[in-house]
Design a protein around this ligand. Structure first.
Ligand code: NDP
Ligand code: 8X3
Length: 252
């Protein structure tokens, strides 16, 4: 059987781009997300373009029971996951802490931290049993620097940074590699989600400079995955050339 990559949040942006890159590299795929129609469409496209096998699993990573049920129901041969891309994540709102929306805070914490943990718990145990595996966690520049109004999103990505280090330490005896990829500004649906569908506001985030695109990050992830087995890239911070830090973007 081919190698297998499980990608969370594969319905859009970085996750969808990863699905294309891994399919191109002849990986069979387990693709997850909440929008089943998109998962089906992407799967059909990849099957016809690359002749790979694709399983789609529709679940919300915040729903602990559904995460474990969906993953455990995979046939055994599909549990031989070589690469887990913990990508599903989001930001909601951009407000000072005193004005923050508590539902948004919970959504970010439940998705970016707890959802990532649930998936990791299931898949890392398979990897231990299989004797191989590589986990890629999508952090962010927001997990390296706190910027004004980023508060809870930044905290959730600092948690991903800490968890990546924790996973690397705990999974070391089992030969499982752990890489954290921390992008700067990538133009995806991210800002539309952050601003709850306000496309005009979302577009302004990328005004006057060339942001990264999803495939830039997918190719970076592939670079980390395709190193020789004795090499682990612990972490990578990947920025648009026009961005020096979370708050310093050179706009024309
Ligand atoms: P997109 O909004 O384009 O894609 C996010 C993906 O996450 C979608 O496939 C979405 O699927 C999935 N997702 C969100 N919430 C859930 C949930 N509760 N359950 C299951 N899946 C979920 O954003 P990006 O591609 O940009 O973001 C991907 C990752 O990269 C995130 O972790 C983000 O924080 C991180 N990142 C993004 C940056 C950027 O500038 N864009 C920069 C740094 C990091 P669906 O809605 O179908 O469930
Ligand atoms: C997404 C990048 O700078 O909007 O994680 O937080 S940023």
């Amino acid at each position: 059987m081919s190698k297998i990559a499980l990608i969370t949040g594969a319905t859009a942006g970085i996750g969808e781009a990863c699905a294309h890159v891994f399919a191109r590299e002849r990986y069979d795929l387990v693709l997850t997300g909440r929008r089943a129609d998109r998962l089906q469409k992407i799967a059909s496209q990849l099957v016809s373009e690359y002749n790979v096998a694709v399983k789609v699993l529709e679940f919300d990573v915040r729903d602990r029971e559904r995460v474990f049920k969906n993953l455990e129901e995979l046939p055994d041969e599909w549990k031989k996951i070589n690469v887990l891309v913990n990508n599903a994540g989001l930001s909601q709102g951009l407000d000072p802490i005193q004005n923050g929306n508590i539902d948004d805070w919970e959504t970010m914490i439940d998705t970016n931290i707890k959802g990532l943990l649930y998936v990791t718990k299931a898949v890392s145990n398979w990897m231990i049993g299989n004797g191989f595996g590589h986990i890629i966690n999508l952090g962010s520049i927001a997990g390296k620097e706190v910027y004004p109004n980023g508060n809870v999103y930044c905290a959730s990505k600092y948690a991903v940074d800490a968890l990546s280090k924790g996973m690397r330490a705990d999974l070391l005896p089992y030969g499982i590699r752990v890489t954290a990829v921390h992008p700067g500004a990538v133009e995806t649906e991210f800002s539309i989600v952050r601003f709850k569908g306000d496309e005009t506001r979302a577009k302004k985030v990328y005004d006057g400079f060339e942001p990264l695109i999803a495939v830039d990050i997918a190719e970076t992830i592939w670079f980390a995955v395709s190193r020789p087995a004795h090499v682990n890239i612990n972490e990578l911070i990947v920025m648009p050339a026009a961005q020096a830090s979370a708050t310093n973007i050179f706009r024309k």
